[in-house]
Design a protein around this ligand. Sequence first.
Ligand code: SF4
Ligand code: SF4
Length: 96
Amino acid sequence: MSELKSTDNKGVSQQARESFFVEIKKDKCKGCRLCVEYCPTKHLGLSKEFNKKGRLFARINETTNCIGCGFCFAMCPDAAIQIYPKDEGRRMREEG
Ligand code: SF4
Ligand code: SF4
C-alpha cells in the first residue's frame, strides 16, 4: 500500500516544500524585487536595511518555504541568488 503524502492546494508536497535552502549574496543585490515578485511561495522579501551598494536587499521570509522552482535564480540580473538542497544549506551555515 502506498503512503499518502500531504499536499497543498497546488499539489506541492510537504517534503518538496522543505527541501531547499536559498542563499542571497546581499551585497550583490540591487533590490530590484524581481525575485520577490516571482517567488510562488512568498519566500523572499526586501530587508529594511541597506547593503554596501546603499540598496535594500532581498531576504528570506522564515515563515514560508522554498520549493526549489528556480524562478528567483533565473530572474536575478545580478546573480545574487543560489539554491541548494536543504542538507547542503545547513552544512554551509554550520561551517560559516
Ligand atoms: S526557488 Fe522558487 S520557491 Fe524558492 S525562493 Fe526561489 S522563487 Fe521562491
Ligand atoms: S532579483 Fe536579484 S538583484 Fe533583484 S532583488 Fe532579487 S536578489 Fe536582489
